[in-house]
Design a protein around this ligand. Sequence first.
Ligand SMILES: Nc1ncnc2c1ncn2[C@@H]1O[C@H](COP(=O)(O)OP(=O)(O)OP(=O)(O)O)[C@@H](O)[C@H]1O
Length: 518
Amino acid sequence: MIVHNHDSSLFALTMTDLYLTKPDTIMASPFYPAMPTPSSLLSAYATLSTSIILFRTIFDQFFPPQLRRYLIEAIRLYWKPKSAKLTLIFEEKDGMTGNHVFDAAEAYLCTMINPDVDRLRITKNVKEKHIKIKFAESEELLDSFNGISLTWKYVRQKPQQRHGGGGDDDLFHGGKRSSGSSFTPETKYIELKFDKKYKDVIINVYLPSVIDKFQELENQKKVVKIHNLQSYDGGPGGYKESVNLDHPSTFDTLAMDPKMKKAIIDDLDLFLMRRDFYKKVGKAWKRGYLLYGPPGTGKSSLIAAMANYLKFDIYDLQLTNVRSDSSLKQMILRTSNRSILVIEDIDCSIQLPDRKGIPPSIFSDVKSVSDPQFSLSGLLNFIDGLWSCCGDERIIIFTTNHKERLDPALLRPGRMDMHILMSYLTFDGFKTLAANYLNIHNHHPSFSEIEELINCIKVTPAEVAEELMKSNDVEAMLEGLVKFLIRKKMGNDETKEGINGGYDEVHEATQAKVVSLI
Ligand SMILES: Nc1ncnc2c1ncn2[C@@H]1O[C@H](COP(=O)(O)OP(=O)(O)OP(=O)(O)O)[C@@H](O)[C@H]1O
């Protein structure tokens, strides 16, 4: 054995030396401290355990359980070692309502499930088509953001007994719950642990990105609905009926000039991105589209395609149901954000008196509103005034077969931001229909003849779509279509200058769009 003395010299001491030396001599030695004997150690241990038991008994006897718990918590809190990690807790509920961040975190964790995860939760309710795979409790998942390591954990706390006033004896007696205790409900929460110094980045950048991702996932899942807005003075049982919009129309299936299609998609994308822009320029976050053109050119299909693209609900407003301006306001207030409000065939659904109260003579053949309180200015107000203060991300669409019949006030830029002519079928549009209906994605020998015919007659996509559904035989159908187009040409000598005019009008409408945004 080697022993250090105070001046750091080394002394060798063998076991024989120790045995030969008397205990008193060792204690008295200046070179090493006093060594306790086994009996003194035992007695010290006995004294300590007795003191602990005594202290515990006094503590249990004299302090009520609540105070005991409080003291223990306080001691734990005080002695807790300082950690370099920060844990954020997302509880499932925020008071009585759900916690959006919890939902976002839970959905986000589902997207991060990897082969290393050992346990997963599987759920499905009767109405759902697919099973849902969720992150299991107590599993930990590692994530990284800009080089910062993060640990997610899903925690579920089982219902816990809450003690009544009568101490421990109040709890269970032979499996029965006594009257003095109750249970706290099960709580679920998600923990996110990371280095404290990244608190700001995680809260201000990472978490918002998790919420955005959740929103994106929700939008993908969303079932688009169509609501039929009834008059406020309407029948019993509510003011709107709604069903799922099962319209299969998308921008891919829509037969339209590709440039126009792209212009519309770009406009919708820009609209969605511009929340802050609208706020900055002091405009309501809304966008108006006027769809006009002959019947059967796809105005309703375009509305469905827009709704399916944006995942916005559609509100179908029948102006014939509106009795007064205030009734209109009440109906509008019942619409939700992220929705499309549609007024179809605005030129013929109602006879609108102009802003001076004089009905335009051009509407003499259409239905007159029974209550003169509903006016064009009421309609304009709801587009500009009321509309501005009742929600965000609203789209309003008017459709008409006769744009020229509309009051110029309705067409003013800023009201209808984009005027879209749904024109007769072009050859590009036909190719979309051929791909959808006949599965022909490239060229077909009959296409050149069809192109020639389509370029010189006015035929609507609806008419051609009808022809393409008549049989299962592709060749027979194309032959039938050619015959149909020739028949149409024979009976229709009008040329198609209107189609080119249509492109010009879209261009003009695009200018209107730009004017409205400046
Ligand atoms: N541009 C198009 N692209 C694809 N299919 C179209 C198009 N236009 C019309 N169709 C077909 O014709 C049917 C009727 O079209 P839609 O109701 O969209 O026309 P519309 O212009 O709204 O007619 P209306 O003015 O009479 O309401 C659609 O269900 C669709 O099958």
